[in-house]
Design a protein around this ligand. Structure first.
Ligand SMILES: [Ca+2]
Length: 348
């Protein structure tokens, strides 16, 4: 195991730091030892996207998570598709009672960039999922986020952004008091050692709305970041896709079809066996943080230079005096990650 400069094995020291950073109480549901189940209240902010879909399925399958709402944002495809795709996934999971809200239609300052070349025209190409019948909530997603955080007990709600950070930034601008009430933000975004996936410097989620990422990174909220450095180690190899298909359920077969569509583009791009399964890393961290390791760093986002727009500059070696603002993950137990995914999706 590689070691940090202080001589503590990386994973152990990370867990100590994580424990120190996130000391908010975990709500315990039920009484008596037999029914003890820790539940974490979460809001998933998402732009589905096949990998978002798998992340949502993982969350819906996990009793440890209490999903207060799913908020859609423009990203992989425009908002009218991302909010619909979120509802399609809830219905696929047999959870039409889940509340889905539509949020920002475009980034704070820049023109929306989408990624149909990766995800297909609908954002969820692969399986033939029916049009959803469950209703979209009428409330604007940003209002829902603010209202929920002001209502729920402080430090009990985790935000899980899986797309551009527009909705989260808008909520922080609209009601700055929420910053001190959020337990933590666990997000998929950025890249450092791996560089970018939409430009040589920038990862898609951050590139689409770098100003929003800047607002979030400067918020003082505890942040756990899953960059490309982690997600590029979570590859959907053919043997793993077959494990989903072998579940034999609607969810298992649809997941296999989504991953097959999604990985086609990435295999060509990276020359790898399988494509990176980015967004489920966020939900997997909530369920099994020990699958991941990284270190606390300062992360700053480039918002001025067109050449490096949206680059996440990670002070991994601590060469600046900038304050540490994020736990940046770098490694994943990818076997454990896929075992968790298959086991959980098998419950739906
Ligand atoms: Ca996403």
């Amino acid at each position: 195991m590689h070691q940090n400069p202080d001589g503590i094995p990386a994973r152990a020291s990370d867990m100590v730091r994580a424990a120190r950073q996130f000391k908010a109480p975990i709500k315990v549901r039920g009484r008596g030892k037999g029914s003890m189940a820790e539940t974490q209240k979460i809001i998933i902010d998402t732009d589905p996207g096949q990998d978002d879909a798998v992340a949502i399925l993982l969350a819906l399958a996990s009793p440890e998570l209490d999903i207060l709402g799913i908020t859609a944002v423009a990203g992989n495809v425009p908002l009218k598709l991302t909010e619909k795709n979120a509802r399609k996934i809830c219905e696929l999971a047999g959870k039409p009672e889940t509340k889905v809200y539509a949020g920002a239609i475009r980034p704070l300052a820049r023109t929306l960039v989408t990624a149909e070349e990766v995800h297909g025209q609908t954002g969820l190409n692969g399986p033939d999922l029916p049009e959803p019948t469950m209703k979209l909530q009428e409330q604007y997603a940003v209002d829902f986020i603010v209202e929920t955080l002001m209502r729920e007990e402080a430090h009990t709600v985790t935000l899980c952004p899986l797309g551009p950070l527009t909705n989260i930034a808008l909520a922080l601008i609209r009601e700055p008091k929420i910053a001190k009430r959020i337990k933590q933000i666990v997000l998929m975004g950025g890249g450092f050692f791996e560089g970018g996936n939409v430009t040589p410097a920038a990862e898609f989620n951050i590139y689409v709305d770098p100003q929003a990422a800047d607002v979030v990174l400067r918020s003082g909220i505890p942040i756990v970041m899953m960059p490309l450095d982690v997600t590029h180690k979570a590859l959907t190899k053919a043997s793993r896709v077959e494990k989903f298909r072998a579940l034999g359920t609607r969810v298992g077969i649809a997941t296999a079809q989504m991953l097959e569509f999604f990985e086609r583009f990435d295999e060509q791009k990276y020359g790898s066996d399988g494509g990176p399964l980015h967004d489920p890393c966020v939900i997997a961290y909530l369920l099994k943080p020990e699958l991941f390791s990284g270190r606390e760093c300062n992360v700053t986002v480039e918002t001025a230079s067109e050449l490096t727009m949206g680059m996440t500059v990670v002070d991994w070696w601590g060469v600046t005096k900038r304050a540490k603002n994020a736990m940046v993950m770098r490694d994943i137990d990818h076997e454990g990650f896929f075992d968790l995914l298959v086991e959980r999706l098998g419950r739906l």
